[in-house]
Design a protein around this ligand. Structure first.
Ligand SMILES: *[C@@H]1O[C@H](CO)[C@@H](O)[C@H](O)[C@H]1NC(C)=O
Ligand SMILES: *[C@@H]1O[C@H](CO)[C@@H](O)[C@H](O)[C@H]1NC(C)=O
Ligand SMILES: *[C@@H]1O[C@H](CO)[C@@H](O)[C@H](O)[C@H]1NC(C)=O
Ligand SMILES: *[C@@H]1O[C@H](CO)[C@@H](O)[C@H](O)[C@H]1NC(C)=O
Ligand SMILES: *[C@@H]1O[C@H](CO)[C@@H](O)[C@H](O)[C@H]1NC(C)=O
Ligand SMILES: *[C@@H]1O[C@H](CO)[C@@H](O)[C@H](O)[C@H]1NC(C)=O
Ligand SMILES: *[C@@H]1O[C@H](CO)[C@@H](O)[C@H](O)[C@H]1NC(C)=O
Ligand SMILES: *[C@@H]1O[C@H](CO)[C@@H](O)[C@H](O)[C@H]1NC(C)=O
Ligand SMILES: *[C@@H]1O[C@H](CO)[C@@H](O)[C@H](O)[C@H]1NC(C)=O
Ligand SMILES: *[C@@H]1O[C@H](CO)[C@@H](O)[C@H](O)[C@H]1NC(C)=O
Ligand SMILES: *[C@@H]1O[C@H](CO)[C@@H](O)[C@H](O)[C@H]1NC(C)=O
Ligand SMILES: *[C@@H]1O[C@H](CO)[C@@H](O)[C@H](O)[C@H]1NC(C)=O
Length: 436
């Protein structure tokens, strides 16, 4: 029936899409060109044109060369199997000028993927972003317009991404945007640099303007947020994730644009291991005034909105730079700017958080004076410094206990947070040493 319909309309097509009824199987052009890295993007588009509605697209067990942008959107009832390697070219000038804009922070992507009732399953295959070229070119700088997000799940409803492996992502590995009911299970991301330049901005997963999301069974090695819920992420559930290096589980950053309020509501992160991360479980907002000094994804600040009903539960922290944090001035260290943020934060719980911090600050909770935070609570939070577990003192300090620094928490004394220091008002992301 379906087989007959599409087969009749579109018989065997040109090189390297083998179309059998509603199934399109892709083979790389290189097989026809003595191994030359001929661009497979045209065949891929052809396969999705033929089989993207009520069909199946199979990337066979071969190496595909992706030398140009992919736009496989508006799929419907489509199942995609990835059995080979998708090797994205490292032609930096090409991508800088051709990646598709994704609106947020003027960022862009190498692959726009989307539709309704869609599955994308890794069946032994993987995505190779050849990110080393980007890590080297970027030289630890911040967001760079045109540096592409590996894959963006866009304008999608009812989507399952299972067993996706992304190695050496160019920038953020995955981004869910303007979508709902998107589940990503068994995600594996590994961004590792082999030279002196780091893997800055290689977030594992980011969501924006999306609702009802799941991330389950993820293993992410990277140089930025492991999972980040950005503006207008609602009902996100992250369960069973391991983050290596990384900046842990994040809300934010939000509050960048005065004209676009950010709402992040109903988010649970649970069963998370954070190994040698810079941050662990944290919330980051921009300050309340526009500050041009930052170049992180454009300058910004002054945005309003609400972060509400956030739970961090069952975390094992191993040597984490700053395990727990709220900062309301993530990209500025100017004095007092933390007090200006217009982002309201309420109902945040850290529960069953165990393990070690690298330095003597276990938590830094700074809420904006404009919006002190109600109902921020700790339940069963037990963090030790790495050195204290070894019976060693903290270097260059007389403080030997863990520091919990707080500011502008409403109901602090009933919060369960053992606040023993006032959080300073110029404290941005991460820490690089002990406090006195
Ligand atoms: C075409 O698909 C049908 C049904 O899935 C399968 O039985 C058949 O072997 C396929 N033929 C080729 C040439 O792949
Ligand atoms: C896709 O399948 C649905 C339901 O099975 C059917 O209504 C629709 O006409 C099909 N579309 C195409 C383009 O085959
Ligand atoms: C992607 O392809 C769709 C058609 O499926 C088109 O409507 C859309 O404009 C394309 N997007 C971009 C950014 O080119
Ligand atoms: C998506 O799948 C659901 C459940 O199978 C079905 O009810 C719905 O009609 C599908 N949507 C479209 C647009 O085909
Ligand atoms: C978004 O997807 C819907 C189908 O769910 C489609 O009608 C619409 O054209 C898509 N919008 C864009 C901008 O691609
Ligand atoms: C990530 O890749 C690096 C370099 O190839 C490798 O040493 C490391 O073991 C990988 N990490 C994981 C978790 O597979
Ligand atoms: C957690 O995720 C890892 C990595 O995908 C997997 O190996 C493990 O079985 C999962 N644990 C549970 C309890 O599902
Ligand atoms: C978030 O959604 C609201 C509407 O609910 C909209 O006004 C706002 O612009 C959106 N923010 C972003 C960052 O897209
Ligand atoms: C948050 O979850 C509650 C309880 O499920 C629900 O009633 C509410 O609509 C959700 N809020 C948003 C913004 O989705
Ligand atoms: C808070 O969010 C969780 C999901 O993360 C949801 O189960 C719960 O119902 C929400 N609580 C309220 C009061 O909305
Ligand atoms: C405090 O936050 C928790 C978790 O988000 C929520 O379940 C509870 O209802 C909130 N309590 C009050 C008094 O708002
Ligand atoms: C831990 O102790 C060692 C040995 O005294 C010292 O070199 C190191 O700086 C300490 N680490 C921290 C974070 O204080």
């Amino acid at each position: 029936m379906r087989f007959w319909l599409l087969g009749a309309l579109a018989p065997l097509t040109a090189a390297y899409v083998v179309n059998n009824g509603t199934t399109c199987t892709l083979y790389p052009e290189a097989l026809n060109h003595h191994g030359e890295a001929v661009d497979d993007a045209p065949s891929i588009h052809q396969a999705f044109d033929l089989c993207g509605i009520n069909g199946t697209v199979i990337f066979s067990d071969n190496t595909f060369n992706i030398n140009s942008v992919l736009n496989t959107t508006n799929l419907l009832n489509c199942d995609v199997s990835l059995r080979g390697e998708l090797r994205f070219s490292d032609d930096i000038p090409y991508w800088l000028s051709h990646s598709y804009n994704v609106v947020l922070q003027n960022q862009s992507t190498a692959w726009l993927f989307g539709g309704t009732n869609v599955t994308l399953r890794g069946e032994g295959g993987w995505y190779n972003g050849q990110g080393q070229a980007w890590y080297t070119e970027n030289e630890n700088n911040s967001n760079q317009p045109g540096r592409p997000i590996s894959i963006t799940f866009y304008n999608s409803t009812n989507m399952l991404i299972d067993n996706l492996r992304i190695i050496q992502p160019q920038f953020w590995a995955t981004f869910v945007s303007y979508s709902q009911n998107v589940s990503i299970t068994n995600l594996f991301v590994n961004a590792t640099s082999d030279n002196e330049w780091g893997t800055v901005n290689t977030d594992g997963y980011d969501s924006w303007n999306s609702d009802n999301l799941l991330v389950e069974n993820a293993v992410i090695t990277n140089g930025d947020d492991c999972v980040a819920a950005k503006g207008n992420t609602t009902n996100l559930h992250v369960k069973n994730a391991t983050c290596h290096q990384s900046n842990g589980m994040t809300i934010g950053s939000v509050g960048q644009y005065p004209t676009m309020p950010d709402y992040v509501i109903n988010v649970t992160f649970e069963d998370v291991k954070c190994l040698n991360c810079g941050d662990g479980a944290y919330i980051k907002t921009w300050q309340g005034v526009d500050d041009d000094s930052s170049s992180n994804g454009d300058a910004g600040g002054g945005g309003r909105g609400l972060i509400k009903n956030i739970t961090y539960k069952n975390f094992e922290m191993v040597n984490v730079g700053l395990p727990i944090q709220i900062t309301q001035c993530i990209y500025t260290e100017s004095e007092n700017q933390c007090n200006t943020s217009k982002m309201a934060i309420e109902d945040v719980t850290w529960e069953n958080i165990h393990g070690t911090s690298t330095y003597n600050i276990a938590a830094s909770l700074y809420c904006s004076a404009v919006h002190p935070c109600p109902n921020v609570t700790f339940k069963n939070v037990d963090l030790k410094t790495v050195n204290s577990t070894l019976g060693l003192p903290m270097w260059n300090t007389t403080i030997q206990h863990e520091v919990y620094q707080c500011a502008n928490l409403i109901g602090e004394k009933d919060s369960g947070i053992p606040c023993n220091r006032v959080a300073p008002d110029n404290y941005s992301q991460g820490v690089g040493g002990n406090v006195q």
